[in-house]
Design a protein around this ligand. Structure first.
Ligand SMILES: Nc1ncnc2c1ncn2[C@@H]1O[C@H](COP(=O)(O)OP(=O)(O)OP(=O)(O)O)[C@@H](O)[C@H]1O
Ligand SMILES: [Mg+2]
Length: 252
């Protein structure tokens, strides 16, 4: 069964998650740029942020997943949702709301579409993004993201950073690759470290999160996630990755 809105999600996100899961899909169009089948959909419901517009989302059906040698087949859509579940549980709000649902091409992930900022960033506004990029980097350590490309860190109005394309995550062995590799060896900002430590120190929250993840990932992956939380809570430092293996494959 699909997990409900993730624990820790803001109330407006809970509403968006419900709409993404339940509202009829009014329109669908294929997104040309993607290694897998990726579709833009419009739901038959208003966008709560802009009520004159329909809510838009990106639908990635499991049927459109291109097989990879290192990830179990037909699991990428589940990993997209699992990344959102972890982001919400930590209250990071960097991943757009992502749910599981059935669509015209079968089951898949559905993620709220985010509009990229069109005006240039001022230095002052860009400064705010530094902490948010560290929050993404923290998420990536915990989910063991093997594919954090620069092009998938979107700056939206706020300004605010949103991290999309989170599917290549949660392998049970070290596999991180990230455009944020330069953070390796630096300390997590104190507030972010506290978030991880609070989660690690709260057995009830941790159990609830792992129960949720068990619906999306296999047991060894859920266990490995738990170990990464404990490890990062004990030593809140971004890991130093190998300069070659730790870099993402950037296609453009
Ligand atoms: N939530 C979103 N909001 C806005 N645009 C999105 C969102 N999700 C995906 N996109 C757009 O769709 C494109 C393809 O999606 P995504 O990168 O997740 O698929 P992919 O098959 O893994 O592709 P890639 O080969 O780029 O890794 C993205 O590069 C981006 O332009
Ligand atoms: Mg991708």
């Amino acid at each position: 069964m699909a997990p409900g809105p993730a624990d820790g999600a803001a109330p407006r996100d809970v509403e968006v998650a419900k709409t993404l899961t339940e509202a009829p899909i009014a329109r669908i169009a294929e997104v040309a740029y993607g290694s897998n089948g990726v579709f833009l959909i419009e739901l038959d419901a208003p966008d709560p942020a802009v009520p004159t517009e329909p809510l838009r989302a990106v639908y990635k059906p499991v049927r459109g997943e291109r097989p990879l040698w290192d990830f179990p087949r037909r699991t990428l859509y589940l990993r997209e949702v699992a990344a959102y579940v972890v982001d919400s549980a930590l209250g990071l709000h960097r991943v757009p709301v992502t749910v599981l649902r059935d669509g015209p091409l079968g089951p898949g992930s559905v993620q709220r579409f985010v509009h990229v900022l069109e005006e240039p960033l001022t230095a002052e506004r860009a400064e705010k993004l530094e902490t948010q990029l560290r929050a993404v980097a923290l998420l990536d350590v915990l989910i063991n993201n093997a594919d954090r490309k620069r092009t998938h860190l979107l700056v939206i109005d706020g300004p605010s950073v949103k991290a999309i394309d989170n599917a290549l995550s949660f392998l049970p062995y070290p596999r991180q690759r990230t455009a944020l590799i330069a953070l390796g060896g630096s300390q997590l900002p104190a507030k972010l470290a506290r978030r991880v430590q609070d989660l690690a120190g709260d057995a009830t929250r941790m159990t609830a999160l792992q129960t949720r993840l068990r619906r999306l990932l296999n047991e060894s992956e859920v266990e490995a996630f738990g170990h990464r939380v404990t490890e990062l809570a004990g030593d809140p430092t971004f890991p130093v990755l190998d300069a070659w293996d730790g870099r993402p494959f950037e296609w453009w």
